[in-house]
Design a binder for this molecule. Sequence first.
Ligand SMILES: NC(=O)c1ccc[n+]([C@@H]2O[C@H](COP(=O)([O-])OP(=O)(O)OC[C@H]3O[C@@H](n4cnc5c(N)ncnc54)[C@H](OP(=O)(O)O)[C@@H]3O)[C@@H](O)[C@H]2O)c1
Length: 330
Amino acid sequence: MPYLPSDSRYDSMTYNRVGRSGLKLPAISLGWWYNFGGVDRLENMRAIARRAFDLGVTHFDLANDYGPPPGSAEENFKTLFNQDFRPYRDELVISTKAGYQMWKGPYGEWGSRKYLLASLDQSLKRMGLDYVDIFYSHRPDPETPLEETMGALDSAVRQGKALYVGISSYSPEMTREAARILREMGTPLLIHQPSYNMFDRWIEGGLLDVLSGEGIGCIVFSPLAQGQLTDRYLGGIPSDARASKTERVWLTPDHVKKNLPKVEQLNELAKARGQSLAQMAIAWTLRNPVVTSSLIGASSVKQLEDNLAALNNLKFSDEELGRIEEILKS
Ligand SMILES: NC(=O)c1ccc[n+]([C@@H]2O[C@H](COP(=O)([O-])OP(=O)(O)OC[C@H]3O[C@@H](n4cnc5c(N)ncnc54)[C@H](OP(=O)(O)O)[C@@H]3O)[C@@H](O)[C@H]2O)c1
């Protein structure tokens, strides 16, 4: 069936301004790291992407290496874009990134101009797009001068291949320096994409202050700690869950088991708030106004819908925030 997006797609979503830019992003965005690769079912990802857009999720986040196998999420994006979303290109913010290993040899990863610009060309081809809205340096490169990496981002914009640029997982100090370099080049640093969830709070140690001071947006990834801050693992580790998949080395059964006692207590608190744990975890990442968007993943339409309903209650009392701190320290 041809896709006709819902007429009410802008009725329930909140759109937040990205730092001091002209761009707004949905408070909840959809990431294509997992569940959109060559190993996944196209019809499931189509259903998730359509439902997301129908509910006002105007931002899909990709990277050159998303899959598995690497590159396949961008290829699947091309299929879905051509079949479903092409008429709505101007209603969508599409991002991609380069930084992790994508091809063999010395030019296939990190932050050189050689790698970043070649990777962007490859991504555009795989995605069937003329330009992306945001192009990211996916990780800081300790060996390449920051001027070179930021210069490549600036070139991507000047070549018309990206509208805005971002960085991911850069320290507060490198972020300030990156912003200065880009400002001098005339291409503002739009956004930073760091990890952030109740178990991973590194951005509270300086990065949020830098972003606020510099007027840079913030889209936080893995707000559910890859599924741990949901009901996914409350009854054991399901065989189809991310922690069971051997190629998903970023989340192991050991992580899940270690955090489970806290997750159980957080789940009780979420219930008392009348929310699912996933909803409370997403709302918690959005409590600081410096955070523009919470970047979730979902393996089903049901999970996506559960997560988007977080927007129905974003407020926390001081008592609830205190209780979360207690649980996390327990
Ligand atoms: N910049 C970077 O370096 C970087 C790194 C990582 C991620 N990211 C971005 O951030 C996005 C999100 O990352 P993430 O997938 O780790 O985010 P996440 O939202 O923390 O985890 C998503 C996973 O949690 C489970 N889940 C989601 N909603 C659920 C619900 N309502 N109930 C039960 N389980 C639920 C699903 O696991 P199952 O699959 O087991 O069902 C889903 O795949 C990525 O797609 C990517 O765009 C960026």
